[in-house]
Design a protein around this ligand. Structure first.
Ligand SMILES: CC(C)(COP(=O)(O)OP(=O)(O)OC[C@H]1O[C@@H](n2cnc3c(N)ncnc32)[C@H](O)[C@@H]1OP(=O)(O)O)[C@@H](O)C(=O)NCCC(=O)NCCS
Length: 159
């Protein structure tokens, strides 16, 4: 497995990974509407926003199996997205992608903002060094699909 910079010739498989990320969010929330009708278009917008020099892919046997990006320009640098093709997870590819992004960030602080229900991603981020709870974004929302999930500051929050 090799981590390389993004290039236009692998835009389609990279967009397919972005779609896989959207599908993961649809699955964990049982909400097929997440990401709209054309989640691949959101990848193009992200690429345009962060620039190809801030995207990395993991390749294995000529196949693109992972994607990660670095958002610059905000108050903090942000690792977004990071996704590994489902059949290739658990083999260190996510760690290698995060490593490429963090190397590009240098000594600057980097944030991640996983959705509250994505406990797998939160465990992954913790494993690769994101062990500071910097701030918490709370939501008041009447959606019936939020489920009791996490205890923070001695209170249970739905996610
Ligand atoms: C999160 C994701 C990128 C991790 O990629 P991966 O290639 O499976 O991760 P790695 O194999 O490199 O694992 C790195 C570390 O994270 C841990 N980890 C990864 N997935 C984990 C999980 N589901 N539960 C607990 N720990 C996990 C591993 O145990 C490993 O830690 P270790 O080295 O101390 O053993 C991948 O599961 C994925 O694409 N998920 C769907 C997309 C997503 O949720 N992205 C984040 C959105 S914010």
């Amino acid at each position: 497995m090799t981590v390389r910079g993004f290039r236009a010739s692998i835009a389609r498989p990279a967009a397919a990974l972005w779609v896989e990320l959207t599908e993961w969010h649809r699955q964990i929330y049982a909400a097929p509407e997440i990401g709209g009708d054309d989640p691949g278009a959101a990848f193009d917008e992200h690429l345009e926003r962060i620039g190809p020099e801030n995207l990395w892919v993991a390749e294995e046997g000529g196949r693109v199996v992972g994607l990660a990006g670095l958002i610059r320009g905000g108050e903090d640098l942000e690792l977004e997205p990071v996704v590994v093709s489902e059949s290739c997870r658990g083999r260190g590819i996510g760690r290698a992608l995060a490593g490429a992004v963090l190397a590009a960030a240098g000594d600057a602080p980097v944030i991640v903002r996983p959705v509250g229900r994505n406990a797998e991603a939160i465990r992954f981020f913790h494993s690769v060094g994101f062990d500071v709870l910097s701030r918490v974004e709370l939501l008041r929302h009447a959606w019936d699909r939020w489920q009791p999930a996490e205890r923070i500051a001695d209170r249970v929050f739905r996610a």
